[in-house]
Design a binder for this molecule. Structure first.
Ligand code: SAH
Ligand code: SF4
Ligand code: F3S
Length: 441
């Protein structure tokens, strides 16, 4: 019998990309592949890439470059690059020049073609490059190999229509395409049958779910329907664009018992001038109104966000507006980014690009403030009893488990391994910046 071929996949970028990797793994498993954690031991090494900032791109060049030697020793090894990077024509040309030992390039719209592309390489021995410039209707029924037996990501829509002036995503993921609600219910019911308790619905802007479908359905309706799936205990979603959050959605957040008390609401900046040039289409005041309304209906909600510093033209006064907004909202946590110019996006051409040292100095100040706010928010939870989904064993202490509250906070608590995958109640006894500590209640 022939030895089983092994694949190694490295994934960069957002949860949508992680979810795509699960499909890739499903397709490869169907084709008879096994998986390894060691690239040098693999017959197929695949990089599912991200181009939202320069950093993840640079890493791909480094890591693929390092494989040159392994491939020289093992000429049958197939190296592939997929995902968002090759969707940009210029980047693809550059990769073809700089990484000639890569055998396979495909994009975000033709993942389902992977088995055929591998077959083509096997039969011709030649490099295969296949990028589709746009996505058609969502492809249903693809296999997926998921790691967890109790939580799962479910993509509800692909692409983005928003064209924020700094962002490459609409160019590499195409326009918004929602999956038909029946397909989503069917997938979630199937997951529940397999014991999945927590689902996270994914889309670049879930608030516009359904707008491109011929039937009358919106994101709140979808939540309502999924809330009724027996076995599913928790529903999360990401990401919500602040300009599209409806009163109906806020009411659903408050009323649907499985929908968790957590909203990730990327603000990006606190200055109206900057928000306008970012093409975010809301003002600081609009945003704060949404926050007030959400907190009014769901007082315990945890709010998280994405914030960028150093957008072209950002003055010290603009940045001060970001800091004051962070103080005013009191986020539970925030992802903070340094603006990274992306070729082909309008912001790259804007005047007054901010020098690197200024960007760095600003992000440090922002992180320092946010850490203080996070600790403050977490301290308020001391003594509270919270529901936690036990997810794994702590890396630092094997007698401790880690898990997440409904509000998406990490909790570390003493517990037996058998509890992994279960919902338990934990009394909070310690508050830190990025986590809580507690004991079973
Ligand atoms: N669709 C989501 C986010 C997608 S990208 C949304 O609209 O919220 C995730 C985050 O990366 C963004 O929220 C933004 O803060 C950051 N980001 C996007 N483009 C960037 C760029 N060119 N430089 C730095 N950060 C960027
Ligand atoms: Fe990018 Fe804006 Fe779309 Fe988010 S909403 S993916 S930041 S263009
Ligand atoms: Fe990156 Fe593509 Fe996601 S660019 S953030 S992996 S959609």
């Amino acid at each position: 019998m022939a030895k089983q071929r092994l694949a190694f996949i490295r994934t960069f970028g957002c949860q949508m990309n992680e979810r795509d990797t699960e499909t890739i793994r499903g397709l490869l498993a169907q084709a008879g592949y096994g998986f390894t954690e060691h690239p040098a031991a693999a017959d197929l090494v695949l990089f599912n890439t991200c181009c939202v900032r320069e950093n993840p791109e640079r890493k791909v060049y480094g890591q693929v470059g390092q494989l040159k030697e392994a491939k020289a020793k093992k000429p049958d090894m197939i190296i592939g690059i997929c995902g968002c990077m090759p969707q940009q024509q210029e980047e693809l040309t550059q990769m073809l020049n700089r990484l000639p030992h890569v055998d396979l390039f495909f994009g975000t719209h033709n993942i389902h073609r992977l088995p055929e592309l591998l077959h083509k390489i096997a039969t011709t021995g030649e490099q295969v490059v296949e990028i589709w410039d746009k996505g058609g209707d969502p492809i249903e029924g693809l296999p997926a190999l998921r790691d967890s037996t109790f939580k799962a990501w479910v993509t509800i829509m692909y692409g983005c229509n928003n064209f924020c002036s700094y962002c490459i995503v609409p160019y590499v993921r195409g326009r918004e395409r929602s999956r038909h609600p029946h397909e989503i219910w069917r997938e979630v019911e199937g997951l529940a049958d397999k014991g999945i308790k927590e689902i996270t619905l994914l889309g670049q802007n879930v608030n516009s779910y359904g707008q491109d479908l011929e039937i009358e359905v919106d994101f709140a309706d979808l939540l309502d329907r999924l809330n009724q799936v027996p076995g599913i205990e928790r529903i999360r979603f990401t990401t919500s664009h602040p300009k599209d959050i409806s009163d109906k959605l806020i009411l659903h957040l408050a009323q649907l018992e499985k929908v968790c008390e957590h909203l990730h609401l990327p603000v990006q900046a606190g200055s109206n001038d900057v928000l306008h040039r970012m093409n975010r289409r809301y003002t600081r005041e609009d945003y704060l109104k949404v926050v007030d309304k959400v907190r009014h209906y769901v007082p315990d909600i945890s709010l998280t966000t994405d914030i960028m510093v150093g957008f072209p033209g950002e003055t010290e006064a603009d940045f001060a507006d970001t800091l004051s907004l962070v103080r005013e909202v009191g986020y539970d946590s925030a992802f903070t980014f340094i603006y990274s110019p992306r070729k082909g996006t309008p912001a790259t051409e804007m005047p007054d690009q901010v020098p690197e040292d200024v960007k760095k100095e600003r992000i440090y100040r922002l992180i320092e403030l946010q850490n203080k706010m996070s600790l403050e928010r977490n301290t308020k939870l001391l003594g509270r009893e919270l529901q936690v989904l036990a997810e794994g064993i702590s890396r630092n202490d094997t007698n401790m488990l880690t898990g997440k509250t409904r509000t998406a906070k990490n909790v570390v608590f003493p517990g037996r391994q058998e509890l992994i995958g279960e919902l338990v109640n934990v009394r909070i006894t310690e508050a830190h910046t990025w986590s809580l500590g507690g004991e079973l209640a």
